[in-house]
Design a protein. Structure first.
Length: 198
């Protein structure tokens, strides 16, 4: 039986073997060049299709929001009742916690409204703000899922915007900030100042 060579990979290409941590890291986080090749190869929708996808969230995103809204209301009631009970037991004022109940329930209603209107970006913002608020109340287990769902919506919205930009429909042009550009759109000449190396 030949000796086992730990320096060589199982594929026989002479590359060193990756540790368990490196394998996990590279299955979760891909290098930029591989991610760009994959997104460019799979996204072949037209500009009109991308604009339509950006304008409204799909059925899965809407369903997630419609499920998250009642859960957010339920979590809000549980958190506020626990906070009110804690305040009563420690002889503190409960007014702040009653107002907090209204704010949490308002956020749950906003999650529901944005889900019904199919607004992906606003769904992400309301879910993330709700999750952040619950995490700040030190109820991590309740807040993290809402925060991650909101982050998922926001990342998805960002990726669709980037796909639209790559497809050529970058939306409205940016306003002219300095007013010093010429009317033909040419860039201004570079500055001739010299900055010595430090």
């Amino acid at each position: 039986m030949p000796p086992r060579d730990d320096a060589a990979s199982a594929g026989g290409d002479g590359a060193p073997r990756m540790s368990r941590w490196e394998r996990i890291k590279y299955t979760i986080v891909r290098p930029d060049d591989e991610a760009d090749d994959k997104t460019n190869a799979t996204d072949d929708r037209s500009v009109e299709e991308l604009e339509e996808t950006i304008a409204r969230s799909d059925d899965r995103e809407r369903a997630i929001g419609l499920v998250a809204a009642p859960l957010a209301a339920l979590v809000g009631i549980i958190i506020s009742s626990a906070s009110i009970d804690y305040a009563k037991n420690h002889h503190q004022s409960t007014t702040v916690y009653v107002e907090l109940t209204y704010v949490i329930l308002l956020m749950a209603v906003l999650i529901l409204v944005t889900s019904l209107l199919r607004k992906r970006l606003f769904q992400g913002l309301t879910l993330a703000i709700y999750g952040l608020g619950v995490v700040n109340l030190h109820y991590w287990g309740f807040g993290i899922p809402f925060l991650m769902a909101g982050a998922w919506y926001l990342v998805r919205s960002y990726r669709l915007q980037q796909a639209l930009k790559r497809a050529g429909g970058g939306g409205s042009p940016r306003p002219d900030r300095g007013g010093n550009r010429s009317s033909n759109g040419a860039r201004p000449r570079s500055n001739k100042r010299y900055t010595p190396p430090t």
